[in-house]
Design a protein around this ligand. Sequence first.
Ligand SMILES: *Cc1c(COP(=O)(O)O)cnc(C)c1O
Length: 370
Amino acid sequence: MLLFTPGPTPVPESVRVAMSTPTLHHRTPEFEAIFKSARTRLMALLGMDECVMLASSGTGAMQSAIMNLCHKKTLTINSGKFGERFGKIAQALNKEFVELKYEWNTPASLEDVKEVLESNSDIDAVCIQICESAGGLRHPVEEIASYIKSVNSEIMVIADGITAVGVEPIDVSNIDALITGSQKALMLPPGMAMMGLSAKAVEKIGAGADYYFNLATEIKNQRKNTTAWTAPTTLIIGLNAIFDEIDKLGLETLYKETKARSKASLEALKAIGLNIYPTTPALSMSTVIDEDSEKIRKLLKTKYSVNIAGGQDHLKGKIFRINHMGLIAVYEASWVVNAIEMALNDLGRRDFDGVASKIFNEVYFGELSS
Ligand SMILES: *Cc1c(COP(=O)(O)O)cnc(C)c1O
């Protein structure tokens, strides 16, 4: 069965092998050396002044960012489940917030952000996804972050890059917190969140807030290559193994291949008459809106051995999502669009003529040689 859900993504075999080594104690020079290597490589990937690894799923880092960086009033962008989550966290923590809400196929507009900031001079943090995975859309984060910083450089820009880090190069010049998680583009099992921080964010954190998720405590420890609490040792060993895999291919090549797979899939899906859901598709996944979504998913799973994701909430049964994150063999990605074309034939919607595969290959290899 091919796992093509936008998280969790398949863990490469070399990484699974690396993680099967005997358990070691986390307060030892041996583990500190492993931690140091992972930290250095993570810092380079994120491109920020500071970074922390947290033993939690991605949501833990989202909560930690809000606890430590949002003091007065927060603007949250909600174009889907994950944007909505920022608001729910703020609410649970009794933090004041305003929310900009959109349909799940619609990215935030700079005009709306401008309006909210102009009428709420007490906003000191903005939370946004780079890619909102609920509908697979890309927000114009660079444009919004740059505007926010031009208004007031003290406003913290918190970017959820869980389905963007490792997918495409990210301009972090106006980002204060860049969040990612182990189980998406970093191809690890679930259980570890990571966050890059700007020098300004570190300053604002000060003595930190909360206990378990106190970022000041973590920064202090992680600068010494240890963690405040027991480290997720196995996942950190795995992270080094992932970086080994990425280095073999080269990060630039990984970005280029991901983009090529993403574009090729999108064109192939359109060529067989399917409708792309988001108005600004992210590179990390392809999202199709279709009344037969559940039938297509079921055929893919039972007949063609491909597991893709559906939708949540009001989009349940209405969309399906195909992952492009991670190190994916091109013949697997091309099989997925071919299988979808075959499923459409099975449903009597369209005679199979192999056009999905044809377009996929033309676009993919065209992109790679450009
Ligand atoms: C997966 C994901 C998360 C984190 O979810 P967890 O289940 O807590 O790991 C957050 N934001 C986005 C955009 C995601 O895709």
